[in-house]
Design a protein around this ligand. Structure first.
Ligand code: SAJ
Length: 439
């Protein structure tokens, strides 16, 4: 074994290695806290000064990370944050947890990975391990990150420094599966890279799943999220088919879910939100296009999911029609705008599309979300209604878009004039009520 590798392994095993996490968001902050709690000294590196300042004040801005935990780690000197990439020169192990969104054209936006790589490269030194966590197409680590690092003359990957990919598996709002206990897939540019990254992460995480290459690790993540996106697309189309057949799609799905094997329950909704599920699979289909292959499943599922906000508008029109009211001029209250229940994240939320569509039709749209008091997003500027039940009673139609657990659905059903329930939040009572239209 090379001296460089054995010296690094020693520091990782005795946890004297200094850790960096570039991008302290919903993935990076839990990861930084997890490494710090394992006994490493960790620096969160982020260009956003307010995030850096918050961490150094001992404050968390991520729902899943308690401020008390951050404060204790900052006070003990285990955790700090900086906007200065030069701190990376003092570190031994660096995770890159930056966003991988889509451009307006629908193509992958790899600018965050590119800029993180360019900012890190000047500080690369022998005996460093780097792990990319951002969800991306197979080949990114080898084709984008590695060349940046190898520009640092004389350093050889797998000998002088080590580079791997490990997909994040954060499910925002989930309490049972956390950064520590969720199995972690890791694949290196070389076998030595994979080994060093696995030893590092294995100090803090319970289960490491080593795979042979970065590409396998990158593709694993895309399978996980494509699996979800396609199955959500399937049940969304099932909702449309059941509507035509006059069959209760919710009853069908619940009945199918009684099958103890060979079935996994997904439920229809007003669209596909979040920073991963609607986006990551399109990284895969984009890459395959460059290889002259059309990933039809992904394209079709994306088309169905993207159409669900418009399908939801149709349901709201149906509900108002039952009350002989046009959309134009009607008061519509949207309940829940986060992209899924019990979190405060708006990214790619279908609620924003539904609000846009309603406003285009001339509806007077208001909203309520216990986690999001104000909307200033995608040209929608609205304050959440202050008195929920008064707004429910006053609305010509209430549209349940995100079924937060906080809501008293019985009271809402009693007080509303008409309701559209896109999440089966009202259950059997909603099914039985003449004033409820369901997906
Ligand atoms: N949705 C449905 N029907 C379903 C499930 C979800 O309409 O049956 C909708 C949700 O309302 C939401 C969107 O799909 O708008 C995505 O929901 P999600 O829970 O699948 O996605 P995320 O992005 O919050 O978290 C997922 C993780 N979710 C689960 O494993 C349950 C996981 O796939 C990844 O760890 C994470 O994305 C990620 O970072 O990739």
């Amino acid at each position: 074994m090379s001296e460089t590798k054995s010296a690094l392994l020693k520091k990782l095993n005795d946890r004297t290695a200094k850790i960096g996490v570039i991008g302290i968001g919903y993935v990076g902050l839990p990861l930084a806290v997890t490494f710090a709690e394992a006994g490493f000294e960790v620096v969160g590196v982020d260009p956003l000064a307010d995030k850096v300042a918050a961490i150094n004040r001992g404050e968390s801005y991520i729902l899943d990370v308690e401020s008390a935990k951050v404060k204790a780690l900052v006070e003990s000197g285990k955790l700090s944050a900086s906007a200065d990439y030069a701190v990376l020169a003092e570190l031994d192990a660096v995770s890159i947890c930056v966003p991988t969104p889509l451009r307006k054209t629908g193509d992958p936006d790899l600018s965050f990975i590119a800029s993180a790589s360019k900012s890190l490269a000047p500080h690369l030194h022998p005996g460093m391990v780097i792990v990319l966590e951002s969800s991306t197409y197979p080949g990114t680590t080898r084709e984008m990150v590695l060349p940046e690092m190898e520009k640092v003359c004389g350093l050889k990957v797998g000998q002088d420094f080590f580079l791997a990919f490990s997909p994040e598996r954060v499910d925002p709002g989930r309490k049972d599966w956390t950064t520590i206990n969720t199995p972690k897939v890791i694949g290196g540019i070389t076998a030595d890279c994979g080994e060093v990254a696995s030893v590092w992460y294995g100090q803090a995480l319970e289960t490491i799943v080593p795979v042979s290459t970065c590409e396998v690790a990158e593709m694993t993540k895309l399978l996980e999220n494509t699996f979800r996106m396609i199955n959500i697309g399937l049940v969304n189309e099932l909702a449309i088919m059941c509507d035509r057949l006059k069959v209760d799609v919710w009853e069908v799905i619940d009945a199918a879910a009684t099958k103890p094997f060979g079935f996994m329950k997904f439920t229809p909704g007003p669209g596909l939100g979040g920073h991963c599920i609607p986006i990551d699979p399109l990284y895969l289909s984009w890459k395959l296009k460059s290889l002259n292959y059309n990933a039809r499943f992904i394209e079709l599922a994306s088309e169905i999911n993207t159409n669900m906000p418009r399908y939801t508008l149709g349901k709201i029109q149906d509900a108002l029609n039952l009350a002989k009211k046009p959309v134009n001029g009607s008061k519509v209250l949207v309940l829940g705008v986060a992209y899924k229940p019990d979190i405060d994240d708006l990214r790619e939320s279908p609620a924003l599309d539904v609000i846009h569509l309603l406003q285009e039709k001339g509806a007077e749209v208001s909203y309520h979300d216990p986690y999001i008091p104000h909307l200033n997003h995608d040209n929608i500027v609205l304050d959440g209604v202050a008195d929920l039940m008064a707004a429910v009673a006053e609305a010509d139609c209430v549209a349940i878009i995100t079924n937060h657990s906080d809501y008293d659905y019985d009271a809402i059903l009693d007080a509303a004039q008409m309701l559209v329930d896109t999440r089966n939040a009202l259950g059997a009572k909603g099914k039985a009520s003449p004033k409820v239209v369901r997906l």
